[in-house]
Design a binder for this molecule. Structure first.
Ligand SMILES: [Zn+2]
Length: 667
């Protein structure tokens, strides 16, 4: 071996050792400067002699070439999720099931790190692949990024082949520094360390990932045959010996009461940890017990994850503001003294309607408890009555619209108050915003701010006025340059060609959604034909209910609306159906043309299979829940998407609902 190759070998050895001492054992034997010096020596040698650079060289820690995408890779064995426990009763039930199955039992209690689950594959002691959990069946190959995590050994001190799983996370300190740096660059900060860790590991440029100072705890292996362990606790000890970083707050206990004590201790102490945890994982310790109990389709029967309750904080309710929607619904919003909840600052929370305000007895000036529903949407949980100031003000919804002063009405069967004045300014502005939105006329660049200005300057009073705008009208607006104005005029011109269903939807006719707009446009093909339809005709159509039929006919009979349509026509706005006919799409009417989101873990099929099946039925499968989503199919552990769907009132099916429907169709 040449002396250079020998030196490279020595450097590898020393750097691996120093790295391990520093990042895994937290007990460095040399100063950082020594590590840096040796690392630079190695980089220099590798630059001159690229043939000496190996896949496990310590220099890979600094990141390499940027990738264009991540490859999707199937997990050798699926990465299952654990079933959840939210309280003592859930845990005692779990304990009962365990003892019914195996008798006397030992439990391992481990902290549940709030990060990103990953899987590392070693062959002959060398790290060859690192995957994200993905949907549990298929993950993304993020090997290059994982190699930048110093606590992940590139080479083990034993030549074994196995897969080890753990949680990559961003320590709070790194997170705070990262967000400070982002703030300094006027960039949007990350909401919490978990998002930051996930974002970092999905950087295509591993040099960026390297700069993010991520860390990892390993906690499980699939195949014990390579190890000398017969319990979870021995497996963790052995991972330590192999050079992995495991979490040392773990405890082996003998009873469920001791499990509860462990949970109580960490519920109190979690804030003192240098990283975020979101619960406690409890596993039956003995492998033979685990094997005896086995798995359900979705998760191991021998383990459970206790989840901490959602974080709640107290703040002051400063005021209640009203917003008026496109359909005139008046929504009260709590204005809060800004406060941090679950990683973000919250200063507003919807109070939904007057009934809710009175049910919870919320008064202006109250101290209120805030939490985030599904960890996303802030909500006022309750008032702290002990802290109510004497001058707290009981809130009454106004009797008149704060925008147009028209009397508000409560429509029978609805909790919401509405302004029914068709000329109400707030509604008209919301209506204009709706008209230009993506699913409607899709006029890019015509945002809320511009519309508000145009409205106040009396340049637009109705949606047709948009097509009368000239560049000279736009130029005096705030932050409007020559180029931007021209782009906007071009976008307006392009939008004239939108198909009839987009125009119909954009008009904001009550009860008329995207789907029904499509159905009507396809059936009647022109606006002129639509203007002649009767209620009786309409209710015959699948997808059109009585409410919509009535609302549509009333709308189209209105003389002002007829004039508006003429005004649009005179500017050559398209009034015909141009889209693809749904009836021409192969598939089942139950799904054809619908926008569907799959979320959470499915057990009887993979998400991919479900998605492919839906596409065959003519559905569009998308990844985020929006107002235009027709259906959300929610599997186990569905998170924010489910919450969003609930908020928007989107139809939600369980996996079983979906399977039932499939069976019905496949019959
Ligand atoms: Zn009004």
């Amino acid at each position: 071996m040449s002396s250079i190759a020998q030196r490279v070998e020595t450097l590898h050895k020393l750097l691996h050792q120093y790295n391990y001492e520093y990042h895994v054992q937290d007990n460095p034997s040399v100063p950082d400067s020594e590590y840096d010096k040796l690392l630079h020596e190695l980089i220099e040698i590798e630059t001159k002699h690229p043939e000496l650079k190996t896949a496990d060289s310590p220099t890979v820690r600094v990141g390499g070439e940027a990738q264009s995408s991540f490859e999707k890779v199937n997990h050798d064995t699926p990465m299952l999720s654990l079933s959840n426990a939210f309280n003592e009763a859930d845990l005692r039930k779990f304990d009962q099931r365990v003892r019914d199955a195996v008798g006397e039992v030992e439990y391992m209690c481990e902290l549940k790190i709030d990060g990103l689950a990953v899987s590392l594959k070693y062959v002959d002691g060398k790290l060859v692949q690192g995957l994200t959990r993905g949907d549990g069946t298929t993950g993304e190959d993020i090997t290059e990024n994982l190699k930048t995590i110093y606590a992940i050994p590139l080479t083990l001190n034993k030549k074994i082949s196995f897969e080890v799983r753990g949680e990559a996370y961003m320590p709070r300190q790194s997170f705070l520094k990262l967000n400070e740096a982002k703030a300094a660059r006027d960039e949007q900060p990350f909401a919490n360390p978990r998002n930051a860790a996930a974002g970092s590991l999905r950087q295509l440029d591993s040099k960026l990932a390297a700069a993010r100072k991520l860390d990892i705890f390993l906690y499980s292996i699939n195949d014990f045959t390579e190890l000398d362990a017969s319990t979870q606790s021995e497996a963790l000890d052995e991972l330590d010996e192999l050079g992995f970083k495991t979490n040392h707050e773990r405890e082996k206990v003998n009873t469920i009461d001791e499990v509860l004590e462990y949970i109580e201790k960490w519920t109190k102490q979690r804030e003192q940890l240098p990283y975020d945890i979101d619960g406690i994982v409890i596993k039956v310790n003995h492998l033979e017990h685990q094997e005896e109990m086995g798995f359900t389709q979705k998760s191991p029967r021998w383990a459970i994850a206790y989840k901490f309750p959602a974080e709640e904080v107290i703040t002051e309710l400063l005021d209640i503001e009203l917003s008026i929607g496109r359909t005139g619904v008046v929504t009260p919003t709590a204005i809060l003294e800004p406060v941090r909840v679950a990683g973000t600052t919250v200063s507003r929370a919807s109070l939904h309607n007057e009934d809710l305000i009175h049910d919870k007895d919320i008064r202006i000036g109250d101290s209120v408890v805030i939490k985030k529903a599904g960890d996303i949407i802030p909500e006022v949980v309750r008032v702290i009555l002990d802290r109510r100031p004497e001058d707290a003000v009981t809130y009454h919804m106004p009797t008149h619209c704060p925008s147009c002063d028209h009397e508000l009405v409560r429509i029978e069967g609805e909790v919401a108050l509405r302004c029914i004045n068709p000329k109400c300014q707030a509604q008209l502005v919301e209506g204009l915003i709706h008209f230009v939105s993506r699913q409607a006329m899709n006029i890019d660049g015509l945002g809320t701010k511009i519309i508000e200005q145009l409205y106040t300057h009396e340049l637009i009073k109705d949606v047709a006025d948009i097509f009368y705008l000239t560049k000279d009208d736009l130029l005096p607006l705030e932050r409007m340059g020559e180029k931007k104005a021209q782009k906007l005029i071009d976008a307006i011109e392009t939008s004239k060609g939108r198909s009839l269903e987009n125009l119909l939807f954009g008009l904001g006719i009550r009860h008329l959604g995207v789907k029904a707009s499509q159905v009507l446009a396809e059936k009647y093909e022109t606006m002129d034909r639509l203007l002649t339809v009767t209620e009786d005709e309409l209710v015959e159509i699948y997808d059109v209910g009585e409410k919509l039929a009535q609302s549509l006919v009333t709308y189209l009979e209105n003389e002002d609306i007829r004039a508006l349509i003429e005004k649009l026509k005179s500017k050559d706005v398209n009034m015909t159906f141009k889209g693809q006919k749904l009836s021409q799409v192969e598939g089942h009417p139950e799904f054809a043309g619908k926008t569907i989101v799959l979320t959470g873990k499915l057990h009887q099929m993979t998400r991919n299979e479900a998605s492919n099946w839906l596409k065959l039925q003519g559905a569009k499968v998308t990844s985020s829940v929006t107002k235009s989503t027709d259906l959300v199919i929610a599997g186990e552990d569905a998170g924010s998407k489910l919450t969003k769907a609930e908020t928007l009132g989107t139809m939600i099916w369980t996996e079983q609902d979906f399977i039932d429907k499939q069976n019905e169709i496949n019959k």
